[in-house]
Write a protein that binds this ligand. Structure first.
Ligand SMILES: [Zn+2]
Ligand SMILES: [Zn+2]
Length: 458
């Protein structure tokens, strides 16, 4: 497990893929492939435009090309999702437009509903214990207050600026007992194998099992939960996101799952359980190298097993730093983010904000799936797939240029008076303001500084 390295100066930044990427078989996209992935036709723009992207030429490229020129590649560290499945096909803008399962955003169905974590009724009070991690941890004693749905809703309203984001209307969700008919050869379990999820008058059976790693007493089956949501979809919902305090699993082979969306069915669920700061040591999280500091070149080299330069031996320059930081347009916003994050108080000072930062990032990812966004292979991006918590916290909160195009098109369908540039400027400002309220957290501070580099350019 990586040790916390809060004092690392992050003196060099990694904006290209890691040294492990080639070994893993991940082939990086060329600038013209990246440009092509962000056009409706799927073809690279004309050669002068491609040149503009490469050179960050203000006269020709436009704001989208400027933004693309500033976005780092995915890190692709050992065991990262793109290292495990290096051949994953990306979802270009063109393939997203052609995606048959995609629900269009319409005036009638444009609202994103956020449902608070289900209440626990007295009869299943034992379930309130299931949300607490088992075992010892350095931060175990710290009582972190529960995540407030308003904070999640506010973030999502900024992230999906232009779509109404509201609390789920009507009845609260409740966990209730589920009375399974006794079969002859089955003894009643001391801890329930099923619980009921009550929404209004309907009750759905939810499977519960001990997680394979025993980090919680029980975890809940997310497929059952999503089925309950599908049956209770408001008529004007573009999609519903349910917040859950309990640990989740999808199927028998699965250890746990933090979030899942059935985009075509307009439903998604995110669990806060594995993002609890008490589990950080267990999850192998290096608090000093979460995004944006995950792009620290010496951290990346360490994770890739590149031997450290000792004593006075000259450190091997990483490819990203050749020619100095000024030469690569990707350096400026990332450096601003890293510096802002470094100036934020230590993560331990506000564990609530730390927990919230991770949770809202995944909430925005799952809602991206509801908008039919696939997993991203092009850039470091909030829509990247992850293999676990350590990779999760290394990924950025922002949408890459390809995925930003998709969300913009979807949102502009119900905001026809706005130009693309107007929309992006408004959205950046909304996120900038949200992050400003949570600057005590390194991810939000970093995201605010990142956004600040693009404000006023559009
Ligand atoms: Zn996903
Ligand atoms: Zn992306």
């Amino acid at each position: 497990m990586a040790s916390p390295s809060v004092s690392c100066p992050h003196s060099k930044l990694q904006v290209t893929v890691s040294p492990h990427a080639a070994e893993a078989g991940y082939s990086r996209r060329t600038p013209s492939q990246l440009a092509a992935a962000a056009t409706p036709s799927g073809r690279a723009p004309g050669s002068s435009r491609t040149q503009a992207i490469l050179l960050n030429d203000d006269d020709d490229g436009g704001s989208a090309a400027d933004f693309a020129a500033c976005c780092p590649a995915p890190l692709v560290l050992p065991d990262d999702a793109l290292a495990v499945e290096p051949d994953s096909d990306g979802q270009s803008l063109r393939s997203w437009i052609q995606e048959k399962a995609r629900n269009a955003v319409t005036e009638r169905r444009k609202t994103i509903y956020v449902a608070s974590a289900p209440e626990i009724s007295d009869e299943v009070f034992i379930m309130s214990r299931w949300t607490e991690p088992l075992g010892k941890s350095r931060r175990h004693k710290v009582a972190v207050k529960p995540l407030e749905p308003e904070h999640v809703t506010d973030y999502l309203a900024a992230f999906y600026h232009g779509l109404p984001v509201k609390p789920y209307p009507g009845s609260t969700f409740r966990f209730v007992p589920w009375e399974e008919r006794q079969t002859k050869n089955k003894k009643p379990a001391t801890v329930p194998e099923y619980v009921g999820l009550a929404i209004g008058t309907s009750v759905t059976r939810i499977r519960a099992r001990p997680p394979p790693d025993k980090k919680f007493t029980r975890q809940l089956n997310l497929t059952d939960i999503l089925d309950a949501l599908i049956a209770n979809l408001p008529g004007d919902a573009y999609s519903v996101l349910l917040l859950v305090d309990h640990d989740l699993y999808e199927d028998d082979d699965d250890d746990f799952c933090c979030g899942r969306a059935y985009g075509g069915s307009r439903v998604s669920v995110v669990s806060s359980a594995r993002y609890r700061p008490e589990l950080d040591d267990y999850s192998g999280i290096d608090l000093g190298h979460m995004w944006p500091a995950s792009h620290c070149a010496s951290y990346v080299e360490e994770m890739c097993g590149v031997p450290k330069a000792k004593g006075k031996a000259k450190a091997k320059a990483s490819p990203a730093t050749k020619g100095g930081e000024d030469a690569d347009p990707r350096m400026k916003p990332l450096r601003a983010a890293v510096e802002a994050a470094r100036l934020a108080p230590p993560a331990e000072d506000d564990l609530y904000a730390l927990w919230l930062s991770r949770f809202v990032r995944t909430a925005s990812h799952e809602l991206g799936h509801c908008l039919a966004l696939g997993h991203c292979v092009y850039y470091a991006c909030v829509m990247q797939s992850t293999t676990g918590m350590a990779e999760d916290v290394r990924q950025p909160p922002y949408l890459c240029p390809v995925d930003m195009k998709k969300v913009t098109r979807a949102v502009l369908d119900v905001n026809k008076r706005l130009s693309e540039d107007e929309y992006l400027a408004q959205r950046d400002m909304a996120l900038f303001n949200f992050c400003g309220r949570w600057k005590q957290n390194a991810m939000f501070a970093g995201y605010q500084a990142w956004l600040g580099c693009f404000l006023g350019q559009k």
